[in-house]
Design a protein around this ligand. Sequence first.
Ligand code: FES
Length: 318
Amino acid sequence: MTQAQTYTVTARHDDRGDIARIRFAPKDGGPVVPFTAGAHLDIYLPDLDLWRQYSLCSDPAATTFYEIGVLKDQASRGGSVAVHKRAIEGVDFKIEGPRNHFPLNEQAELSVLLGGGIGVTPMIAMAKRLQALGKDFVMHYCTRSEQGTAFLDELKAADFADKIIFHFDDRDDAQRLDLTRDLPDATEGTHLYVCGPQGFMDWVISTAEGAGHATENVHREYFSADVDLSGDSFEVECAESGVTVTVGADDTIAKALAAQGIKIEVKCEEGVCGTCMTDVISGDIDHRDQFLTDEEREDGDVIMACCSRGKGKLVLDL
Ligand code: FES
């Protein structure tokens, strides 16, 4: 676990589409902890006692600040609204990371970056990195309308502007993202990166895989997920401590164990960040997360305790 550090908001720009672009610098001065394109920050929101994850959109080569973009999403669980309210210049935040679960393959022959709405943020950092490396790439940025497109001015002025294709929902069909037309042929050296709303991601991933792109070349970052936490109750035994609990139909492993004094660190609570990953010694896992790869699921030796469930009895290495 990385140590939380205090960062101060040094700038804020309220961009189009209800997106606040927020810059942070270390409170004590000095450089930021280096990061790689695709990384995110874990940001603590004291009013809600919650951690939320936001992808970095700043240039990984920038050493004095981090930048994130946060969509004010009234339908969310309150995290983004709280960030919008609190992130004013001079205010301190407790931040962990950066962590990167969405790394670039810098050896790829061609990288295709597909961002839907606020899912464009990691793509911007990736585009900056690929441009610095002189690599071949294209970025597709899908939004509802040009008027609601954050980062528009910066991207139009970027030195990689010729590699960005904008797709606006309110314009004619010809300029909308057409995966049959816009995805390149599947090759070993072609890597796709997708981030955006769940429907957008599911569509891109299933179309790309259906067109022959290998699962491991279709990189994905979910920033939230509609996760169904319910199911039949099951038992969890903690091998080391000897504690056994029953996880009820609407309960989670993390909560049931916390009630017995066994704490598993939880951040996103919806199976996307990987924080609550716990080793499984035995038992049948009902994976509900978006974090693990298919291979990791098949291995069956880890579980996301914030959302995934068991069938019958699970024995955890706790
Ligand atoms: S807390 Fe994020 S995956 Fe469980």
